[in-house]
Design a protein around this ligand. Structure first.
Ligand SMILES: NC(=O)c1ccc[n+]([C@@H]2O[C@H](COP(=O)([O-])OP(=O)(O)OC[C@H]3O[C@@H](n4cnc5c(N)ncnc54)[C@H](OP(=O)(O)O)[C@@H]3O)[C@@H](O)[C@H]2O)c1
Length: 223
């Protein structure tokens, strides 16, 4: 549980309609945050609003920079500046071998990566200005142990990791005492959704400098 440091904070959950998005949104609301949850499917967002009362939802294709800018302008107008970004847009495509890594699958991962680039570029000034700015993403053990059958996936997750750690380097320079970017690492999120929610909330309970730029195993067996 949070010590109350999320009271009055606004957190955008990007890719909020999955099981992990629901758990993270629920944990943040319970900890006192104002949660702005984003996905593309109206039905998924409606189900989220029902499951987690108090959440504000927006349908937005986060792979479009123009749509992200319009969304952020609307959040600024309706809610104010953003203190946290939890990026959960993911998905998986296999392929079976290096030759089986299709361009269509790479385009899928590139679209997901663009949602990370767009949201961080649009919100970095807010996160730096916040008294407690936080960015969290979820990576995979595939980054350190890539396979031929999932090369597209591992390469895209590695790119996302590098991007988040680049944001962390900027925070170290521009807001060393207040802003932090961290990457959670899992093999599978299945069954770890609530733990992810708790650990996201905990990011606001620890010193920014302690957690900034870290990769944090979420599964205890990954120690
Ligand atoms: N699941 C696992 O076992 C696992 C393992 C390792 C790492 N991870 C990582 O953990 C994170 C969460 O994974 P997950 O499996 O819970 O999520 P997921 O099933 O991949 O869910 C994707 C979420 O992103 C949204 N989304 C997709 N494209 C979007 C777009 N263009 N704009 C806005 N929203 C978009 C989806 O909402 P709509 O359907 O409404 O568009 C959905 O809420 C991801 O980064 C994933 O790579 C997951």
């Amino acid at each position: 549980m949070s010590d109350g440091s999320l009271d009055g904070r606004t957190v955008l959950v990007a890719g909020a309609t999955s099981a992990s998005g629901l758990a993270v949104s629920r944990a943040l609301v319970a900890a006192g945050a104002t949660v702005v949850a984003v996905g593309t499917r109206a039905a998924g967002l409606e189900a989220l609003r029902t499951a987690v009362p108090g959440v504000t939802t927006h349908a937005c294709d986060l792979s479009s920079r123009a749509d992200v800018d319009a969304l952020v302008a609307r959040i600024h107008r309706d809610t104010g500046p953003v203190d946290g970004l939890v990026h959960l847009v993911g998905g998986w495509r296999g392929g079976g071998s290096i030759a089986g890594q299709t361009d269509a699958d790479w385009d899928f991962f590139d679209r997901g990566f663009r949602t990370l680039r767009n949201t961080t570029r649009a919100l970095v000034d807010d996160l730096v200005a916040s008294p407690a700015g936080r960015l969290a993403s979820v990576s995979s053990t595939a980054v350190d142990a890539p396979t031929a059958g999932a090369a597209n996936y591992a390469a895209a997750k590695a790119a996302a990791d590098a991007w988040v750690r680049a944001v962390a380097q900027g925070f170290r320079k521009d807001a060393p005492d207040t802003a932090a970017a961290a990457v959670f690492v899992v093999r599978s999120l299945d069954g770890l959704e609530d733990r992810l929610g708790d650990e996201v909330v905990r990011l606001w309970d620890v010193d920014a400098a302690t957690v900034n730029g870290t990769r944090l195993p979420l599964d205890p067996s990954l120690g």
